[in-house]
Design a protein around this ligand. Structure first.
Ligand SMILES: NC(=O)c1ccc[n+]([C@@H]2O[C@H](COP(=O)([O-])OP(=O)(O)OC[C@H]3O[C@@H](n4cnc5c(N)ncnc54)[C@H](O)[C@@H]3O)[C@@H](O)[C@H]2O)c1
Length: 113
């Protein structure tokens, strides 16, 4: 995100702050290129105007969080992906998803290669 803004791209962030902290993006809040929407991405995503890319990074993102928030983890990875894909389809935008590491199953080698 820092790189995208430094390169003069408009960036809109949707985050419900379930496991994130607003302090992580505080330094961008006055930037006219940057917009923060506090929203759960499993809900309908609306963006006015064109979009080049949709990047779906939203998820609890640690084994501790997965155990404490199992439903939210599954929901953002399934329904959240569905909503983000819907937005990308509507806008003809490229789509990037980062999955949780749970996709690998139980590793035979740790740390994973
Ligand atoms: N596969 C891997 O090995 C691997 C490794 C690292 C990260 N990742 C994935 O990359 C992504 C980003 O990781 P990160 O380290 O930047 O995590 P992060 O915790 O910094 O950011 C994830 C954000 O998602 C938000 N979020 C969670 N549920 C949400 C929802 N329903 N709606 C809106 N926002 C929601 C959280 O509040 C948090 O701010 C995650 O999906 C993570 O699982 C995967």
């Amino acid at each position: 995100m820092d790189r995208l803004l430094a390169d003069q791209n408009d960036v809109i962030v949707f985050d419900n702050l379930l496991t994130g902290r607003v302090e992580n993006i505080e330094h961008h809040l006055g930037d006219p290129l940057f917009k923060f929407v506090k929203q759960d991405v499993t809900e309908y995503l609306h963006v006015g105007g064109p979009l080049d890319a949709v990047v779906h990074f939203a998820s609890p993102a640690s084994p501790v969080d997965y155990l404490q928030l199992p439903i939210q983890t599954l929901k953002v990875g399934s329904l959240g992906t569905h909503k983000a894909l819907g937005l990308a389809k509507e806008k003809g935008a490229r789509f990037l998803l980062t999955s949780t590491s749970e996709i690998y199953g139980d590793p035979l080698v740790h740390p994973q290669t």
